[in-house]
Design a protein around this ligand. Structure first.
Ligand code: SF4
Length: 266
């Protein structure tokens, strides 16, 4: 299986159970017409956060922030398994509110049989469900995966589109999923703000914002160019393993000296 990207890809799409309890306002939905196609535009999520509205890191501190994280893990790898861009897309859709381990278990057999949208359509929804029924929301995910496979065949010659608008027009694909695909599959420095990135960005003062879109925009302007491609990987991993929602490990945190979090324990 080809592996690429970052360690826990599912975290881009998912929120940890503890952090999900912090969700304050659910995303709303609206529609807009883009490039002649109808595309979903989701209202940005406002997540509960240890807000740090009082201060923002300086440019010098931000450089140090990423220099330290990149030295610790120069080439972060994904644990989500896939064999091509289409199976990556399927895996990412499945990973919403599921773990990488759980998704990999289900896709291990699935991806031996299915490697393209045509394979998936031929498999059909009921058989797909048999492969993925251990994953949360599997019925809805199966429906979306079959529908997006049809769309890929009918509108994109069976390939995964390499732009965010077309990706977001696919069933079951939101902004975060599209950003993951743009980054991992197409090497775009897109940042998919999940609960970990949102928390770390606010706590540290890296990119404070009231909702995921605010933080995404702030990261786009604050993260130095040389660090943009892997920025979201480093932030997710830092949030997952060190700057945890309930018990941040500030004593062993490599950026504790520049972190602005008032509640840090050092
Ligand atoms: S010092 Fe603590 S709060 Fe700040 S980034 Fe590190 S773990 Fe998170």
């Amino acid at each position: 299986m080809l592996k690429s990207g970052f360690a826990h890809l599912a975290d881009l799409i998912d929120c940890s159970l503890s952090s999900r309890t912090n969700l304050a306002i659910s995303a709303g939905k609206s529609n807009k017409i883009m490039n002649g196609k109808q595309s979903k535009l989701k209202k940005p999520k406002t997540l509960g956060t240890d807000s740090n509205s009082q201060s923002e890191l300086t440019k010098k501190e931000i450089n140090k922030f990423f220099r330290v994280l990149s030295q610790k893990d120069p080439e972060p790898k994904t644990e989500l398994e896939y064999s091509n861009i289409y199976t990556l897309l399927v895996a990412v859709v499945l990973s919403a509110q599921a773990t990488d381990v759980g998704v990999n278990k289900a896709t291990k057999n699935l991806f031996q049989r299915v490697k393209s949208p045509t394979d998936m359509v031929n498999l059909g929804e009921s058989k797909l469900i048999e492969f993925i029924k251990t994953i949360g929301l599997y019925r809805n995910k199966a429906k979306n995966i079959i529908a997006l496979s049809h769309r890929l065949i009918e509108e994109f010659d069976g390939t995964v589109p390499n732009n965010r608008d077309d990706l977001e027009s696919l069933p079951g694909v939101g902004r975060k999923t599209a950003n993951v695909i743009m980054n991992v599959a197409f090497g775009e420095p897109a940042i998919a703000v999940d609960t970990h990135i949102f928390r770390v960005s606010n706590r540290t003062g890296l990119a404070p914002g009231k909702n995921t879109l605010d933080v995404e925009r702030r990261l786009e302007s604050n993260v130095p160019k040389g660090y943009r491609l892997h920025a979201h990987h480093w932030l997710i991993l830092h949030g997952r393993y060190i700057c945890k929602a309930r018990k941040p490990e500030c004593l062993t945190c490599p950026i504790s000296d520049i972190c602005r979090f008032e509640g840090k324990i050092i």
